[in-house]
Write a protein that binds this ligand. Sequence first.
Ligand code: ZN
Length: 309
Amino acid sequence: MAKYNVHAGHCPAGGTGSGAVGYLNESTEARNVKNSLVSTLKTSGQTVYDCTVNSNMSASACLSQIVAMCNKHAVDLDISIHLNAGGGTGTEVYYYSNDMKSKAAAISAAIAKALGIKDRGAKQNTSLYVLRNTKSKALLIECCFVDNTTDKAAWNAAKCASAIAETLLGKSVITTSTTTSLTSGFRYQGHVQNIGWQNYVPAGGTAWVTGQSKRLEAIRINPDGITIEAKAHIQNKGWVDYGKITKDTIIGTTGQKNRLECLLLKGNIQYRVHVQSSGWTAWTRADGVATMGTVGQALRIEAIQIKKV
Ligand SMILES: [Zn+2]
């Protein structure tokens, strides 16, 4: 198992050090990639430190804070997530030392292939602040161009994150999140478009994966003694109230091609969902009030994670 520092390269959107804005917003999309990448790496057992700066400041102050956070941990790799600007198209990955060239090239090729855009490849750069000042080995990924219509049309943050994760892990991230089949304890499973029921995963596991552009159609939770109430907003049906669920309650539909759009859970759990085109929501206590997902936007939930409180 490896250790990673991962960060989105700029301040939150709308501030002074927030990066490039074009058809895409660099700050927002880099965070979407970062969230998905951190989650996928953690799900597969890696140690991951999120070194993203979440307040607004100048670009240079943001960079120095990022580097300070990175240098608190000795890791196998620092990963800086950016989107490019300036009139090009495609993916490129910057590296500092020659021993990182092949990994940079592999990540660039994987993202370009996943998105179907140009692979600009690995580029050595010894002047970029983050590459120059991080103590561990580092890569700076320019996922695509925010100011290019081809890149904008092809953009998918979850696919981009999956491509990075799969290159780092050397295996498909689908395999890692569906191989655990549990028969006891708190567990849950997802029913996925064209695939059907997936294996049960334990608390904190990912029911289905991100980056596959498939809708979650239903979930089933074995509460193992926890009292959980559930409501779901389902495509073509609207809100359905399941009341107190059991291990047999199917939250959502099967065989009807309806996406789960929003969930409202209540119980001693916290949860988050991965929403089409916007990525993971924040972890939220299932208080029976907070909804996870969207209503009226025709966006599918693609994955869910649940933890016991
Ligand atoms: Zn940038």
